[in-house]
Design a protein around this ligand. Structure first.
Ligand SMILES: Cc1cc2nc3c(=O)[nH]c(=O)nc-3n(C[C@H](O)[C@H](O)[C@H](O)COP(=O)(O)OP(=O)(O)OC[C@H]3O[C@@H](n4cnc5c(N)ncnc54)[C@H](O)[C@@H]3O)c2cc1C
Length: 309
């Protein structure tokens, strides 16, 4: 039996720390509870929002006039080189479990906030590693059919910060199986520590933000690609330029609107400096998109999910 709460503040459940309340809110763990939530929302004609760790989501100031289903869970198990975890487990707990089991493959994802399910859905990645590289299969409950289905890696349509589950939000991830390779615990622990330190050196990770706000766009403008190379001494990876570099290029590093600011350390981080509203953040995001489009003819696409706008 699911427990529903009413008028639950959403800001503390997100890393941005902004947004209003959920009309209804329930924590769900597993297919049965999730199916009950689907049924309740359907019966009461309520829009539904799935929430994981809240590290890639921006709720509007008026909140969400429907039901927020917060996916929680604690199950991580390791058999041989296969690791299985439920969607609600934190990604860091999964990375740590792999290290403790002397399995290699996830350590460069250490420090990415959020849930395991959220990471699979957005194909989270850092330092040249994406979680999809380890995925064997993903179990999801389909809101349209009410069926649980297992999707094998090739069916998951993983791309840069995207997957089948992102393109089809009716599919809610329940769990996933990963295949890793043997490693040494001390070495894995060291890589995790170095990775977390490298992230912190780039930008304070406790900042109120959602990490990179925009996805890195593919750029064909050879002049701009050349400028990037000149500036950084490296070539663009896969023809993609860092959105942060483009934002800096149009002069928006440090730009503030209300309590929202383009980080002066990492211009693809839009940060709540303390008292930002969701409106401040979307207005700033909109200014960034407009400037990059008008000056560079490049369309930036949000990685962050807007809810309730
Ligand atoms: C400081 C900081 C640094 C970051 N660095 C990185 C980085 O290096 N690389 C990177 O890839 N990301 C990074 N991020 C972004 C974020 O951590 C990831 O996108 C993360 O994987 C989101 O997971 P989540 O559980 O927090 O998702 P949420 O924010 O809760 O949700 C995001 C979206 O996923 C959906 N969703 C959540 N759970 C499920 C589920 N079980 N089934 C289906 N849909 C679901 C939600 O409906 C929503 O649309 C960073 C964020 C912060 C705050």
């Amino acid at each position: 039996m699911i427990k529903l709460r009413e008028n639950v503040p959403l800001a503390p459940l997100t890393t941005f720390g902004v947004g209003g309340a959920a009309r209804y809110y329930s924590e769900v763990s597993g297919a049965i509870e999730l199916a009950e939530v689907f049924e309740y929302a359907e019966k009461n004609k309520l829009p539904l929002c799935i929430l994981g760790g809240g590290s890639n989501i921006l709720f509007s100031d008026k909140g969400f006039a429907g039901l927020v289903a917060h996916v929680v869970g604690t199950t991580v198990s390791v058999v041989g080189e296969q690791l299985s975890a439920s969607a609600g487990v934190s990604l860091l707990a999964v990375v740590t479990a792999a290290k403790d089991a002397e399995l290699q493959g996830l350590e460069k994802l250490a420090g990415i906030p959020g849930s395991f399910g959220g990471a699979i859905r957005g194909n989270a990645g850092a330092f040249g590693v994406e979680i999809s590289q380890c995925v064997v299969s993903v179990k999801a409950l389909d809101r349209d059919t009410g069926m649980v289905r297992e999707y094998h890696q090739a069916q998951c349509e993983f791309h840069y910060r995207s997957s089948l589950f992102k393109l089809h939000p009716q599919l809610v991830i329940l769990s996933a199986d990963l295949k890793l390779v043997p490693g040494k615990k001390e070495a894995l622990a060291r890589v995790m520590e170095e990775t977390i330190a490298a992230r912190e050196a780039k930008h304070p990770q406790a900042a109120k933000c959602a990490g990179s706000f925009f996805m890195n766009p593919t750029v064909t403008d050879t002049h701009l690609l050349g400028e990037f190379e000149k500036d950084n001494g490296i070539k663009a990876r896969d023809g993609k330029l860092p959105a942060g570099w483009l934002i800096d290029y149009v002069g928006l590093r440090g730009k503030k609107i209300g309590g929202a600011m383009v980080s002066d350390r990492h211009p693809n981080y839009l940060v709540n400096t303390g008292h930002a509203t969701a409106l401040d953040i979307v207005t700033l995001a909109s200014l960034v998109k407009t400037r990059v489009r008008d000056e560079l003819h490049i369309k930036l696409t949000e990685e962050v999910q807007y809810v309730g706008f």
